[in-house]
Ligand binder design. Sequence first.
Ligand SMILES: Cc1cc2nc3c(=O)[nH]c(=O)nc-3n(C[C@H](O)[C@H](O)[C@H](O)COP(=O)(O)OP(=O)(O)OC[C@H]3O[C@@H](n4cnc5c(N)ncnc54)[C@H](O)[C@@H]3O)c2cc1C
Length: 318
Amino acid sequence: MSILVYSELKDGKATKSGLEAVSYAKKASAVLGGDVTVITSGAIEGDGGMGAYGADKILNASEATSDSQQLTRLVAAAAESTGADTIIINHDATGKLVAPRVAVKLNAGIVAGAIDVPSNEGGFKVKKGVFSGKAIAEVTVTSAKRVVSITPNSFGLHEAAGAGVVESFSADLGGAKVKVKEFKPTSTDGSIPLPEADLVVSAGRGLKGPENWGMIEELAKELGAATACSRPVSDIGWRPHHEHVGQTGIAIRPTLYIAVGISGAIQHLAGVNASKVIVVINKDPEAPFFKAADYGIVGDAFEVVPKLLEAVKSFKNN
Ligand SMILES: Cc1cc2nc3c(=O)[nH]c(=O)nc-3n(C[C@H](O)[C@H](O)[C@H](O)COP(=O)(O)OP(=O)(O)OC[C@H]3O[C@@H](n4cnc5c(N)ncnc54)[C@H](O)[C@@H]3O)c2cc1C
């Protein structure tokens, strides 16, 4: 048994979701046995911080690539070279493109969007969310090799000692069909990227217009949260598209999701209902979102949010 994880690097260090994948692999290794080997691409600083989360070996391809076909070749080559039978990748934008391709290359079974570590009782079984997170399915993989893509924020970061030995790795990545000319991070102002955020303040059409987002941004800033929005808000252009959460947007699992002036349509809930605690602020007591809320405030956002902001500030000052 041997486990291979793909972890993304940013500025030489594993990203938060990369570390979550390593944490997941370490926990899986306690069930499945074997070492945890990580495959990375691009410049790495030391062990990229992954040894502290259970990485025994880190294979580093110095050539950085974000092309999904090249990454597929890299991960598949590393899996073949290490003889890994379990390959773990994040179920993020990159992982959704890479994981199924790796599975095809290795003739492996795949569980996309796992939310728990595998169990090995009566076969290799993994739980995943289905029906937009409304139910959980336990999938049994019968093939000799398997690819598991894990839902971001479903497992968290868990420190665990690993040897953290770094070795260089080379594979024929082939030409990239897509050339990245420029890379612009979605949050240039140093704010937290939405998929990695633990706290999220989100708002919908109930806010009436983009000029009213100041209080949402301020609340998010005070809480150290990321901002999000419903789909019509980004469709109309009140907020950028990378903030749109839901079935057709980003699916998130923060610890706290505050929804302001959002009705709670099923397509919105599909991307946020796995949040640990949901707080809904809506002036309509019949808004569907209240059914999914842990805490609900029936009231006008323009009265409630400033009061909440005041309370957060005074809590922080004392
Ligand atoms: C195929 C498909 C995919 C979709 N994917 C997504 C998706 O990924 N994400 C998504 O969000 N939507 C998605 N939608 C759209 C979805 O169905 C809803 O239309 C959308 O979520 C509604 O956005 P909203 O709640 O901001 O606006 P509205 O439905 O207009 O609701 C506004 C809410 O604000 C409340 N409100 C109004 N004024 C105030 C105030 N002053 N204070 C407090 N509350 C107030 C109202 O009571 C209401 O509940 C999709 C739809 C389809 C058909």
